[in-house]
Design a binder for this molecule. Structure first.
Ligand code: ACM
Length: 259
């Protein structure tokens, strides 16, 4: 997607128009898909943010109910005067849950409060699938994806507004090192506001536990793509007959990671 800053109604309509183009069980939308990215202040973010559930979540839920599908997408969330860079998981029965971005990138630190939800796994009942969510810059911290994998996520949904060119490659490693599927939904286009200019890197992709890109979208155009996966591939954590990804971990040697 290439959201237009501040045009929430248009952006939500456009997301659902794109979804309608292709049949899928699970759709993943970019980070802040309804508001756009480059806020000029916390007050502006607060103004455009919504409670969860709220207007955007309701629109997504309506689509999910009518089409018997699931959607994950990033929105600015307002709660008790704070603004979070959040993502929602929505399904045929409405809101399933939300995640608040833990690792804020660059000027996001001026606009948002750091997430306090921790890393959550949600069950998509109809699909018998477990998903986790990380948002954009969270990719830099492999602990986030690891925690989700340890909690049983089959698929890591990764709504993004990436500006650095590394994440698409790194997510291949996240896939292999956790033996999960990843779906990076990255916006395209650019935004110039408040003295900042952001050029988003597109190239949305789905990766599998064999470290392959199964499908990839355009660098600079809006596009929706679909791929069929067998989630069972994410449930076998064996690497060789002697190696199991989870059982071979040496947590006794990882103390420093806990700070
Ligand atoms: C980012 O975290 N939006 C780069």
């Amino acid at each position: 997607m290439n959201p237009v800053f501040g045009e929430k109604r248009l952006n939500v309509e456009n997301a659902l128009k794109l979804a309608r183009k292709i049949e899928s069980d699970l759709y993943v939308l970019p980070e802040l898909f309804n508001t756009g990215y480059a806020f000029t202040s916390r007050d502006e973010a607060l103004e455009l943010a919504e409670e969860i559930p709220g207007q955007t979540t309701e629109k997504l839920a309506e689509y999910c109910r009518e089409n018997d599908v699931y959607i994950v997408g990033g929105i600015a969330e307002r709660e008790n005067g704070r603004v979070y860079n959040s993502a929602v998981a929505v399904g045929p029965d409405g809101l399933i849950g939300k995640y608040r971005k833990s690792h804020l990138f660059y000027a996001e630190k001026k606009w948002f409060s750091p997430g306090d939800t921790g890393f959550r796994v949600f069950t998509l009942k109809k699909l018998k699938v477990k998903i986790g969510i990380i948002i954009c810059f969270d990719w830099v911290f492999p602990e986030a994806s690891r925690v989700l994998a340890l909690k049983g996520a089959d698929i890591i949904c990764h709504p993004s507004n990436l500006v650095l060119p590394y994440a698409q490659k790194a997510m291949l490693t996240r896939s292999f090192e956790n033996k999960v599927f990843t779906v990076t939904a990255n916006r395209v286009g650019s935004e110039k506001r408040g003295g900042y200019k952001f050029l988003f890197t597109g190239l949305s992709q789905v990766t599998n536990p064999k470290m392959e890109i199964l499908v990839q979208a355009s660098r600079d155009r809006e596009e929706v793509k679909v791929v069929e996966i067998d989630v069972e591939e994410a449930r076998n954590k064996k690497i060789t007959e002697f190696n199991d990804l989870f059982l071979d971990r040496r947590v006794d040697l990882y103390r420093e990671i806990l700070g």
